[in-house]
Write a protein that binds this ligand. Sequence first.
Ligand code: B16
Ligand code: MG
Length: 213
Amino acid sequence: MIKGVIFDLDGVIVTTDDCHYLAWKHMADEEGIDFNRQINERLRGVSRMDSLAIILERSTKPYSLAEKEAMAARKNNDYITLIHKLTPADILPGTLETLRILREKGIKIAIGSSSRNTPVILKQIGLADAFDAVADGNQITRSKPDPEVFLLAASLLALDPADCLVVEDADAGVEAACAGGMVALGVGAAAANPLAMHHAHTLAEVDWEAILC
Ligand code: B16
Ligand code: MG
């Protein structure tokens, strides 16, 4: 029986795809590295340094760890400028109604995000106090597809992972949920993921009665 729902943030609650894309693109252009929206899709749910490693697949130049950290920091500075423009209008369709339904049913709700910018994003969209627990990239050492962030969210909710459902837009996140012994609802880019037990294009389409029964 589902007692808790753990939401991924980027791509599920709010769309930050463009902010990530523009910030990585700026950094890649400065370094003369080929980067496009197709490669950006591979960064979904992946940590900042793992994202940089994917981008550097197109570079022949050897970068030291210090240089890589500086590149990631440059990207993040641009990204922070962009996410400070987010407002509650950027909350994805069906999100607020979903949170209301789950609260009404007594289901606990949490965030399980790879993003170290989770606190800023939640503040910008006015949902800083909307969840019973927040697990994010600041509290974990292993990024999705490792289940660490979702296991942390379940433990913060004081729930058994088997009693939690994870909502994810990334294949790496669906994999992480399954590896943690949770069922997944794939949305957006993960709407057709075969590992997810439930599927929907957006939260607005989800039949919670059917999922929670
Ligand atoms: P940051 P999620 C993920 O968030 C994004 O999908 C991914 O593209 C990003 O690289 C990662 O957060 C790290 O983000 O640089 O802000 O720490 O989908 O797990 O909510
Ligand atoms: Mg995501």
